[in-house]
Design a protein around this ligand. Structure first.
Ligand code: KG4
Ligand code: ZN
Length: 468
């Protein structure tokens, strides 16, 4: 917990423990933030504030409490102070880890102060909190089978997106082969980054931060993107932002229209089926989720049993348009909760196909696709529209690969028109994985100073940071 210390007596006691010679400056432009843990002060930050310019005088963290992000939290306290526009600090030129921390928070090197620390040079660093400034984020997405790089302005305006899909490579295996996917990312990532920069005419000096998916996804694939992002960040001295892939899917909507809160978002992808409530940026409250398979998995599985090529979702989408709902399938989890269960209907399709084959009967793929999709649409729309009413929101968003499904989009469109709800759906191309959505979400991490350092690790099963 961070608190601002006003009492000079407490300050004096605190500083005595730190340096005997320390003499806290008694004036009204010096401020102290202290980090309290287990009822003791374990770190503090002193800064002076003249008009909107802050100068960090000292940051101290008790050696027993280092490497826990305390210095970062203290700095964020100053950075998040809306009255402060410019923050400067000096750092010993040899203190590489501190310089890395400041860089990761968006501080830039301004000049060198010769011999400042007993003969050793100091680096003068500056962070400008200019809310009017345009922010350009370079996004990298490589969590599954698309190598994608994008530049997005202010989280909403796409400058360029370059995506290399591996669908054709994985098609012959009937699904994504993780080892092949990561190899292909490694071979292509530099080329895609280069193309995005060249085609947009952007150089790295115009980029404000690098945002990258660090989970959830395939471990080897995620690693390629994260390492590429760290390299760019290190070489060009740009802050690094680790972005949750699912937050990316949600923020694909911000590339269409600025998101309005409060809202309900139905996230339907290859790995997720969730109803999320948001009352502000990056605040995710999960109100329902799948108890077993995701919708995307169910689409892909059904596609496989009726022998349509990978990826199955889009093909089922097409077939269902020309079929009739002639097959009788069970309705999944029709209860009062906001949870979903698609394994029952998936198994029913598998059994039906199996039984018909044994009887020597042909399956009508179009009719089965329509029957399956109708049930999925009914379940998704019933629960989501109930959540919209119960949470009393006027804004509904769809997100994730399955939101590309035309039947699902049309059904929600009709219901929302009837109920006067603003429906937002991502651009068709940005329902499935892409880097524009990562750069868009990255912008909001940027505004919130949620930067990562080089210890950022991939997390294949990363969950959204849910509000309790
Ligand atoms: O979001 P996404 O690209 O990857 C994950 O983050 O999981 O979603 C992929 C899923 C796959 O299951 C794919 O079959 C499904 O989205 N999908 C569709 C359609 N387009 C993609 N499902 C139904 N109809 C579509 N048109
Ligand atoms: Zn995805």
């Amino acid at each position: 917990m961070i608190e601002e210390i006003k009492s000079r007596e407490v300050l004096r006691k605190l500083f005595n423990e730190y340096k005997n010679e320390y003499n806290p400056i008694d004036n009204d432009y010096t401020f102290v933030c202290a980090y309290k843990l287990d009822n003791t002060y374990v770190g503090f930050l002193i800064y002076t504030l003249l008009y909107e310019n802050a100068e960090i005088i000292d940051i101290y963290v008790n050696p027993n409490y280092r490497r826990r992000g305390i210095a970062r939290s203290l700095l964020n306290e100053v950075i998040n102070n809306k009255e402060i526009k410019n923050i400067t600090l000096e750092v010993n030129i040899n203190n590489k880890s501190a310089i890395m921390l400041y860089n990761s928070l968006g501080f830039k090197e301004v000049s060198i102060r010769k011999g400042y620390y007993n003969g050793v040079d100091a680096l003068l660093m500056l962070k400008e909190n200019d809310s009017m400034k345009d922010v350009y984020i370079l996004g990298i997405e490589s969590s599954c089978d698309e190598t994608s790089v994008s530049i997005v302005k202010n989280g909403s305006e796409e400058i360029i997106t370059k995506t290399l899909s591996q669908i054709d490579i994985h098609k012959k295996f009937g699904g994504v082969v993780p080892e092949i996917a990561s190899r292909s990312h490694a071979e292509c990532i530099t080329i895609v980054i280069d193309e995005a920069l060249k085609e947009s005419g952007f150089t790295m000096d115009k980029i404000d931060a690098i945002a990258v998916t660090y989970g959830p996804g395939l471990a080897g694939s995620l690693l390629v993107g994260v390492e590429a992002a760290k390299t760019l960040s290190l070489c060009f001295n740009k802050p690094l932002i680790g972005v949750n892939h699912m937050a990316g899917h949600i923020y694909a909507n911000n590339l269409v229209n600025k998101m309005s809160f409060p809202l309900i978002c139905l996230v339907i992808s290859g790995g997720h089926t969730e109803i999320i409530y948001m009352n502000k940026d990056l605040s995710f409250k999960k109100i329902g989720g799948t108890l077993d398979d995701s919708v995307g998995e169910a689409f892909d599985k059904v596609a496989r049993v009726i022998d349509v090529p990978y990826p199955g979702g889009p093909v089922i989408d097409k077939l269902s348009k020309i079929g009739n709902p002639s097959y009788n399938l069970p309705v999944p989890l029709d209860d009062d909760s906001y949870n979903f269960s698609f394994s029952g209907v998936k198994s029913a399709v598998i059994n039906l196909v199996h039984n018909e084959k044994q009887r020597g009967n042909d399956i009508n793929k179009e009719d089965l696709s329509t029957s399956f999709e109708d049930i999925v649409i009914k379940t998704l729309t019933t629960k989501t529209m109930r959540a919209v009413k119960e949470y009393n929101v006027k804004n509904l968003m769809l997100a994730g690969g399955v939101s590309a499904n035309s039947g699902i989009r049309e059904a929600f469109d009709e219901l929302c028109k009837k109920d006067n709800i603003n429906l937002s759906v991502p651009k068709l191309a940005y329902c499935t994985d892409n880097a524009a959505m990562i750069a868009a979400a990255g912008y909001f991490y940027y505004l919130d100073n949620r930067f990562s350092d080089y210890s950022l690790k991939i997390n294949p099963s990363l969950d959204l940071d849910y509000e309790k």
